[in-house]
Design a protein around this ligand. Structure first.
Ligand SMILES: *[C@@H]1O[C@H](CO)[C@@H](O)[C@H](O)[C@H]1NC(C)=O
Ligand SMILES: *[C@@H]1O[C@H](CO)[C@@H](O)[C@H](O)[C@H]1NC(C)=O
Ligand SMILES: *[C@@H]1O[C@H](CO)[C@@H](O)[C@H](O)[C@H]1NC(C)=O
Ligand SMILES: *[C@@H]1O[C@H](CO)[C@@H](O)[C@H](O)[C@H]1NC(C)=O
Ligand SMILES: *[C@@H]1O[C@H](CO)[C@@H](O)[C@H](O)[C@H]1NC(C)=O
Length: 333
């Protein structure tokens, strides 16, 4: 599938993502196997919507009764200090920040496995900024309002207490070291990784595009304890090349609310939408929180499935083969 087709699928799903219920979120479930090589991404699936109806093709049932070794943590934080400003000197950084909560063992940049290519089109649609603002040499500032709600994770002793289904561990036993196709076939069928934990909630963000000169000015200001009024000024259209749309990972309602509630006037009388207008406004924070989704997957940790292999030599070999394939994919993207 080419990059644009992928983007189209993802964006279609994104619009269908409003209020995924708890059962739908279960397509992402503890202990399920995921092939990070084959699919352009469980990360994309979970980020961009309800894929409950494709559960079997996305994740695989590989561990018996994993829910017995699972705990749910309440990670809801106070609304008032969830607002954050992040400086991004390039596009890679923008992805790093966006996929901050996503960890895939054997890769530092899991979003590369998802995005397959960073066509400007994908980037701009995903980040709420038009193609044209993504030109070479632009810098970015991300204002984000992250609200994780629930973290579902395995017990720390998961790999000791949980076991692979017997049909699956039998396949491991039959594997001969040196025959790479046995590893790749296994991965295609059952997954390369398993879901060790995931976080549900929502993130609202706005990407601002700067020329390097103003980006540097802003960055210096922050390093030198920028005042509130200078921060507001540097976030205004007086300094930005482009003000991105305020986007929510899981809620269309937020995007509508923002248009009427986060309007700000610049010094030149120009009106614009700023997510930063939430700063020190607890009543607005409460309103936006009420509209935010609580069921979007905003974080995920995938660990290698070979952790469950009893034989150390086979485990090492399987992991090496997988690692090579992951690296190969990354350099070819
Ligand atoms: C989670 O924590 C928040 C904030 O401390 C609290 O308001 C909420 O009731 C808790 N929810 C559950 C299910 O414990
Ligand atoms: C949340 O905020 C309230 C007041 O705004 C404060 O009393 C409380 O200690 C805060 N809780 C946490 C967990 O920070
Ligand atoms: C804000 O962003 C910084 C850097 O990305 C991060 O270390 C920090 O935890 C974030 N704070 C919140 C409240 O998200
Ligand atoms: C594994 O961890 C869980 C939760 O921490 C604990 O209840 C259980 O007894 C542990 N099991 C073993 C075999 O250590
Ligand atoms: C930063 O500025 C604020 C007020 O603008 C002041 O209260 C605070 O002490 C300053 N902090 C540092 C580390 O200079």
């Amino acid at each position: 599938m080419d990059a644009l087709a992928v983007a189209a699928v993802l964006l279609l799903a994104l619009r269908a993502a409003v209020c995924v219920d708890a059962a739908a979120a279960a397509n992402v479930d503890i202990g399920r196997g995921v092939d990070v090589l084959q699919r352009f991404g469980i990360i994309g699936d979970v980020l961009y919507g309800d894929v409950s109806n494709t559960k079997e093709s996305v994740t695989h049932d590989i561990i018996d009764g994993a829910d017995r070794f699972t705990e749910v943590l309440n990670v809801t934080k106070n609304h008032t200090n969830l607002l954050n400003i992040t400086f991004c000197p390039d596009l890679d950084c923008l992805f790093d920040v966006y996929f901050d909560g996503f960890q895939v063992d054997l890769t530092d940049k899991p979003w590369k496995l998802l995005t397959t290519s960073r066509s400007r089109h994908i980037v701009s649609e995903r980040f709420g900024v038009p193609d044209i603002a993504m030109g070479f040499g632009q810098k970015f500032v991300i204002v984000s309002f992250r609200r994780p709600v629930k973290r579902i994770k395995t017990f720390d002793n998961f790999t000791q207490v949980a076991e692979l289904k017997s049909t699956i561990s039998d396949k491991f036993k039959c594997m001969s070291i040196g025959i790479e196709s046995m590893v790749t076939d296994f991965i295609t069928e059952h997954g390369s990784h398993y879901i060790d934990e995931y976080t549900l909630g929502d993130t609202v963000f706005q990407v601002l595009v700067y020329l390097p000169v103003f980006y540097n000015k802003f960055y210096k200001c922050v390093l030198n304890n920028c005042s509130e009024s200078d921060t507001v000024l540097l976030l205004s259209p007086l300094y930005t090349e482009y003000q991105g749309h305020v986007m929510s990972v899981g809620s269309n309602a937020v995007e509508k609310w923002v248009d009427t509630n986060l309007q700000v006037e610049s010094k030149l009388g120009q009106s614009y939408i700023s997510l930063y207008a939430l700063k020190n406004r607890p009543e607005l924070c409460n309103e936006i929180v009420a509209l935010m989704d609580e069921q979007s997957v905003v974080g995920l940790h995938l660990k290698v499935v070979s952790t469950f292999l009893a034989e150390p030599i086979k485990r090492k070999w399987f992991t090496e083969v997988l690692d090579n394939h992951v690296k190969l994919r990354e350099v070819n993207l």
